[in-house]
Design a binder for this molecule. Structure first.
Ligand code: SF4
Ligand code: SF4
Length: 323
């Protein structure tokens, strides 16, 4: 990992927190194709178009120019593209901290070592012990493959973690899942499925999260755990920093309000810079964002809470996770 990336992230925390320089974070969904069959997602049911390498590189240049400190490459399954290494290299060369989300179903040793040169942290989606994970992801043997992927990326020198999507099927298995995988991971995040299911959080979920937090590998602000029940009780005051603190980009280079609301398209990075796009957002798009019923994801509410933590806590947690 480059010293430049480390400095860039700490600088990003400081500039965002104290000087209100935004955006801090962006997600680039490089493809919506996916080889998982998750029960709570429709992406895998279609084969939408995406940019070629040349244009995807232009998009990454424009994202870096927008001032972000962190870029998450996500999907779909990003590893279904065969140009991830040059894309991540371009982001890293511009000093942006890079993260990669994958289901871990694609296991290629040489690729893992290539990615290790340009990825600061890699997250594999694991939703519980084997039978639960396989059921929720719709792939028999998925857990075992994801576990092999964790080991491979770790041996390649990448910081690896898991993200657990909480549903009514696995909400009481957070601690069990952590205990099962603790020795394989550097960090863990969890988030309720989106759109949320009423029963995807319980008292036990929250207690388990506090207990994992005490062990030091849960990369979630304490407030995120504290407020989770409020979100499901309906008493949580909506937190939305779409197009301010963060934004997302879809496989065609469209800038969207955030990762979950990829239906709110406000411009395209092949045509305009991010600044041009946000300075001319239509009234209709603004209303859609204002009227959005809310979310509770790590890449939205979690980022807000992370930034609001005391700076030492934010920076230390980030550096511990990514470096
Ligand atoms: S891995 Fe992600 S994109 Fe793929 S089907 Fe599951 S939730 Fe959808
Ligand atoms: S509240 Fe809606 S628009 Fe705002 S970040 Fe969440 S999903 Fe996106």
């Amino acid at each position: 990992m480059s010293l430049l990336s480390k400095l860039h992230m700490v600088n990003g925390f400081i500039m965002t927190k104290y000087f209100n320089r935004v955006p801090f974070y962006a997600t680039y969904n490089v493809t919506f194709r996916c080889n998982s069959r998750c029960v709570y997602c429709d992406y895998w049911k279609s084969d939408p178009p995406e940019l070629n390498t040349e244009n995807a590189l232009r998009v990454i240049d424009r994202m870096a120019e927008s001032g972000i400190s962190m870029l998450a490459i996500s999907g779909g399954e990003p590893l279904l593209r065969n140009d991830l290494v040059p894309l991540l290299k371009r982001a890293r060369d511009s000093g942006v901290v890079t993260t990669l989300n994958t289901s871990g179903l694609i296991i290629k040793e040489q690729l893992a070592f290539e990615l290790a040169k340009y990825v600061d942290a890699l997250t594999i989606s694991i939703d519980g012990p084997p039978e639960i994970h396989d059921k929720q992801r719709g792939i028999s043997g998925a857990f075992e493959r994801s576990l092999r992927a964790l080991a491979l990326y770790k041996s390649a020198g990448i910081k690896v973690g898991i993200n657990m999507v909480l549903t009514d099927l696995n909400r009481d298995l957070v601690l069990e899942t952590y205990n099962l995988l603790e020795s394989h991971i550097d960090f863990m995040t969890v988030q309720p499925v989106n759109p949320p299911l009423k029963n995807s959080i319980s008292e036990k979920t929250v207690d388990d999260l506090y207990s994992i937090k005490d062990k030091g590998k849960l990369f979630l602000p304490e407030q995120y755990i504290e407020k989770m029940k409020e979100y499901f009780d309906g008493s949580f005051a909506k937190i939305c920093d779409a197009l301010k603190l963060y934004y997302a980009v879809d496989p065609l280079g469209n800038v969207t309000a955030c990762a979950p609301r990829h239906d709110i398209i406000v411009g395209n990075l092949l045509q305009d810079s991010y600044r041009q796009i946000v300075s001319s957002i239509s009234k209709t798009s603004m209303e859609k964002i204002e009227n959005c019923s809310g979310c509770y994801l790590v890449c939205t509410v979690g980022v807000n809470m992370q930034i609001k933590q005391p700076i030492l806590s934010s920076a230390t947690q980030g550096i511990r996770t990514y470096f």
